[in-house]
Design a protein around this ligand. Structure first.
Ligand code: DQA
Length: 150
């Protein structure tokens, strides 16, 4: 697969719309717009196309994952937010479409409360990147594109 026909869906889960004002000591002061701007710049550099979506609703995220198959999406970059630690349904949606996905988190979930140490998503993901703040997204996009174009 060449970069030019590589379409990637970026999914931001619950509460990520509040980035910038939400617990800045944990998640930093960049907004979701800043994150998407950085991803768009990197996507251009890597020669891939990205669509970004944020939703606070589990069902909407699942619908977007289902639709990705018909839309010719080749890879999914997903920060499932709190659904990481609770959602069998989101995990099943990713497994059902079998589109390579990379799980991303701003914070190092493994160094936080024990309930954040378990991810329902990791077993169906190509890999997980966490702990680098906004740079986690850049690393995750690079990793996903590398995986898709190898
Ligand atoms: C998060 C980590 C989750 O545990 C939390 O519920 C979030 C954000 C992160 O990006 O660090 O909403 O996914």
């Amino acid at each position: 697969m060449s970069g030019a026909d590589t379409r990637i869906l970026v999914l931001h889960g619950p509460n990520l719309n509040l980035l910038g004002t939400r617990e800045p000591e944990v998640y930093g002061s960049d907004t979701l717009q800043d994150v998407d701007k950085g991803l768009n710049l990197l996507a251009r550099e890597l020669g891939v196309e990205i669509d970004t979506v944020q939703s606070n609703h589990e069902g909407e995220l699942i619908d977007r994952i289902h639709a990705a198959r018909e839309q010719g999406i080749c890879g999914i970059l997903i920060n499932p937010g709190g659904l990481t630690h609770t959602s069998v349904a989101l995990r099943d949606a990713l497994a059902a479409v079998a589109i390579p996905a990379v799980e991303v988190h701003l914070s190092n979930v493994h160094a936080r409360e024990p309930f954040r140490h378990h991810s329902f998503i990791s077993p169906v993901a190509v890999g997980q990147i966490c702990g680098f703040g906004v740079a986690s997204y850049q690393l995750a996009l690079r990793g996903l594109v590398m995986h898709l174009t190898k």
